[in-house]
Each structure stands twice: as C-alpha cells, then as structure tokens.
Write a protein that binds this ligand. Structure first.
Ligand code: NDP
Ligand code: 8X3
Length: 257
C-alpha cells in the first residue's frame, strides 16, 4: 500500500458531497489537502471540522474551474510548500435539468460542459506536467455510471461524463511512459446535493431520486478514491464502478416504496 501521509492532494468540488467526503478521508490518512470550490465559506467550515479531529495542513483555493485564467493563476501561484501535487481528484461537477433533448436549455448544457469537461481539462493541464517532471502522481477522475450508459433525459449530462471517460483513457494512454497513474471512480446514485443542484433547489423532487432505496454516501465513494490512490506505485487502479446494491443500471433500480 502507498502511504498517503504528507502526500499533497488537490480535490476540486471539495465544498460538498463526494469532494467533502474525500477531504475527510484523505485527512484521516494524514495527507495534506488543497481544497478547491467556489463557496469559500463552505470550505472554511470544512477545514474547521477537519481540524477538530486531525492536525491536517490545509490550503484553500476559492476557484471556479470554468475560468481557465483563474485556474492557471491559482495553481501557478500555489506557495512552494504546496505546489508538488501528488494526487489530483477531479471531482467538481454538476447536472442541470432533466429534459428531453429537444426541450433542453442552452444555459444548462453550457454549464454542464464547461464544468464537467472543460473545468477538468483546465485543472488537469495545470497539474499533470509537474507530476510528469517529478515522476510521480495519481489522477482520480470522478466519472459516473452516466458516463457508461445513457439514460432517458440524461443526454448532455451523460455526454459530459462520457467525455470524462474518454479523457481518462486519453490521459492514461499519453502518460503510459511515465509513472503517473490515471484512475476513474464511476458511482451510481449517491445522495449528495447533486439532485438539488440538478433541480435548482427543488428538494422534494431531489429527495424522490433516492426514495425507497439505499443510495451510496459520499463516504462510500471517498473510500474507493482513497483505495485507488493508495495502491502500490506499480498498480494502476484503472476503473471502479461503484453502485448501490439496489441499482443495476442507470434505469434499473429496486425501490421498496
Ligand atoms: P454536490 O453538488 O454535492 O457537489 C458538487 C461539488 O462540485 C461542490 O463542491 C461544488 O462546489 C463543486 N462545483 C460545481 N461547480 C463548480 C465550479 N464551476 N467550480 C468549482 N467547483 C464546482 O454533488 P456530488 O458530490 O454528488 O458531485 C461530485 C461529482 O460526482 C460530480 O462530478 C458528479 O457529476 C459526480 N457524480 C455524482 C453522483 C451522484 O449521484 N451524486 C453519481 C456519479 C457521479 P461549489 O458549488 O462550492 O463551487
Ligand atoms: C450521477 C448519477 O444516474 O443520477 O452521475 O446521473 S445519475
């Protein structure tokens, strides 16, 4: 097992859900954390919660991953003690709307593609060269079952996650002659703020997504991310598909009510 103590981990989308759980799990393992998201107050609250339990070193990046210049500047200007990133967790992402393709909204499409695809590109492009130079590093992309199978009305969100899958594979091919590893963790239904964001704050609609089944938690996904990142250096945990026991595919879900 690769020790995570003092490894520098950059987690995007750390202010909520899976990213927040990853921050907590990596803190438990003794890693040093760079936590990125737009909501600074959420990140500060998370840092306080982590520090109640662990003597973790944390650096906050208030960052919108859609802003290429801001991504470039904030990663280039990391203090010396923080710029040798060992593990990158590309987690920031969202869905907007659940509409038939021909009824979809341009602004929803743009937000999903800009965040889930272009944001991941910008952050990765800034971090990976240093990993190549230092001859060490692990990238964990958070894909989705939606990046393996399209579901009705999932159209553009699914396309964004299919793109993440293609980029995971592309990165792995292009980094094969380096020690840098590329992993994807692809969850099914995870109860986070994801559906509340998709339905723009309609919590009743959001709760229905997880009703009558036991969904994954952010912690379940974080365990898989930490597993992937802590394999011995010759082991590349290429893909993890993580589903609730009640889920067999995006559309086949066992509900009790
Ligand atoms: P949450 O809504 O709980 O968390 C999303 C995180 O992404 C937040 O921290 C948010 O931070 C951040 N984020 C969104 N847009 C941006 C942006 N432009 N710049 C920086 N950060 C951003 O959802 P999840 O934890 O569920 O989602 C995390 C990832 O997991 C996403 O990529 C999602 O597609 C994927 N996923 C989720 C599943 C689920 O069922 N929940 C299943 C499979 C994959 P802030 O708003 O503060 O910027
Ligand atoms: C999130 C999982 O099935 O709600 O990627 O789209 S799903």
């Amino acid at each position: 097992m690769m020790q995570l103590k003092n490894k520098i981990v950059l987690i995007t989308g750390a202010s909520s859900g899976i990213g927040r759980a990853c921050a907590q799990r990596f803190a438990e393992a003794g890693a040093k954390l760079i936590l990125a998201a737009r909501r600074r107050e959420r990140l500060i609250e998370l840092v306080n919660a982590i520090r109640e339990k662990h003597a973790t070193e944390v650096h906050i990046l208030t960052l919108d991953v859609r802003d290429q210049k801001a991504v470039e500047t904030s990663i280039r200007s990391l203090p010396d003690a923080w710029n040798e990133i060992d593990i990158l967790v590309n987690n920031a992402g969202l869905s907007r709307g659940l509409d038939k393709f021909h009824e979809g909204k341009f602004e929803d499409w743009e937000e999903m593609l800009d965040t889930n695809v272009k944001g991941l590109l910008y952050v990765s492009r800034m971090v990976i060269p240093g990993m190549v130079e230092r001859k060490r590093g692990t990238i964990v992309n958070i894909g989705s079952i939606a990046g393996r199978e399209v579901y009705p009305k999932g159209n553009v969100y699914c396309a964004s996650k299919f793109a993440v899958d293609a980029l995971t594979k592309g990165m792995r091919l292009d980094l094969v002659d380096t020690p840098v590893r590329v992993c994807t963790v692809d969850p099914g239904l995870v109860e986070t703020e994801f559906s509340r964001v998709r339905f723009r704050g309609d919590s009743e609609k959001a709760e229905k997504v997880y009703q009558g089944l036991t969904p994954l938690t952010g912690d379940d996904v974080a365990d898989a991310v930490v597993f992937a990142a802590s394999r011995p250096s010759h082991v590349q945990c290429a893909e993890i598909l993580l589903l609730p026991t009640d889920q067999a595919s995006p559309t086949v879900v066992h509900r009790t009510e």
